[in-house]
Design a protein around this ligand. Structure first.
Ligand SMILES: O=C(O)CCC(=O)C(=O)O
Length: 365
């Protein structure tokens, strides 16, 4: 599911159906209230989630959707895992803060908290943060003119060597370990579920964290967004095993992770290949160039046609690349993983970056 839609749904927006049955009230905790960690908005987020759990619908403030998004990514917290924890464990705020720290391997860099608090308080970054961003802005481009032409024309780009081969290998090894499967024992790939289809809830390994902090990846997104002031998502990993007589591809067919209702806003998505991925090895696929015609295509559909029901598979192309390369795509492109017809799984880490002003249409179509 589209993460922002999920965020709106799981936390604070209320459906018409629920709205009739549930009481709606304001959240009394302000974004300024903090606890042990000193992170603004964290207590409000926790209070909203627990209110939802009790069936109390809270009136979101205009900034809540954006703040929630930044809070989670700024603290390295995946949305689904965090919401699951809040809904299942109903922790006290102190317990929730301890859980947040534990998810960060016992410590959250003070600069991360400083950055979040600056944004939530509407204040400029301190000199150290501002200098970090200036350094990314001033660093040499990592996407060439040719890469940028590919981006303009096709709506995707391959960032070669986004992470080193060694780092890709180490991350791949961490995925195998987490799954308790062996890369050289194909039978082990099918013994138990990977997660949801090919998607794994595997987020907090040091290799995954290091990849999210890659300066090369940051620079690529900075070139595409026109600013280095970006936030990295804490996203999942996936393992797409080869099809067999009894196992069919479990990835999502071509889809969009954004609402298809106007207005449309620019957005990116991305994944890092953790092993070499030839086209037939379950590669990422997309419909190149669709970002340039999405709006006219939608406008030209016969009235009443559901755009998501139209099969565009015939237009899709697999994007092959090597271990450590990253594919970044424009979120207007229909995309998905493909069936793996090789003899080795395709393993990836998803990662995106976006600026604070990022907009999405939360009215899903
Ligand atoms: O795993 C892939 O190749 C595609 C991922 C995807 O569909 C998504 O991130 O929405």
């Amino acid at each position: 599911m589209w993460a922002s839609q999920y965020l709106a749904d799981l936390t604070f927006a209320y459906s018409a159906k629920e709205g009739r049955a549930m009481k709606k009230q304001a959240v009394l905790v302000s974004s300024e209230e903090t606890g042990q960690l000193g992170v603004r908005h964290l207590k409000r987020f926790w209070a909203q989630a627990l209110a939802k759990r009790q069936g109390i619908l809270t009136e979101p403030a205009a900034h809540d959707w954006r703040f929630n998004n930044l809070l989670l990514n700024g603290l390295g917290l995946p949305l689904q895992e965090t919401m699951r924890h809040l809904m299942q464990a109903a922790p006290t705020f102190e317990e929730f803060e301890q859980w947040v720290v534990a998810k960060n391997n016992g410590q959250i860099a003070p600069l991360r908290i400083e950055r979040l608090n600056s944004v939530f308080a509407g204040k400029p970054y301190n000199e150290q943060l501002a200098e970090q961003l200036r350094q990314i802005e001033a660093s040499p481009n990592v996407l060439s003119e040719q890469d940028l032409s590919c981006w303009q024309e096709n709506g995707y780009v391959i960032l070669r060597g986004a992470i080193t081969k060694e780092q890709a290998q180490a991350t791949e090894a961490a995925v195998w370990e987490a799954l308790e499967m062996q890369p050289d024992k194909p039978a082990s790939w099918y013994e138990k579920p990977i997660g949801q289809g090919i998607m794994m809830d595997f987020y907090h390994h040091p290799t995954l964290r290091a990849n999210r902090q890659s300066a090369r990846i940051h620079k690529a997104f900075a070139q595409l967004w026109g600013t280095a002031d970006l936030w990295a998502t804490t996203d999942r990993t996936s393992l797409n095993p080869p099809e067999t007589a009894t196992y069919c591809h479990q990835g999502t067919p071509l889809h969009w992770d954004m609402s298809l209702r106007p207005p449309f806003y620019f957005g990116t998505q991305g994944l890092i290949y953790l092993c070499d991925t030839p086209a037939e090895q379950g590669a990422f696929q997309c419909v190149p160039g669709f970002h340039r015609r999405l709006e006219s295509w939608l406008a030209g559909l016969p009235t009443g046609t559901s755009p998501r029901s139209i099969d565009l598979t015939g237009l899709a192309q697999p994007i092959a690349a090597e271990a450590g390369d990253m594919v970044i795509w424009h979120h207007f492109l229909p995309h998905g993983s493909s069936a793996n017809r090789s003899s080795y799984p395709r393993i990836v880490q998803y990662l995106n970056m976006y600026p604070m002003e990022f907009k999405e249409n939360v009215e899903w179509l």
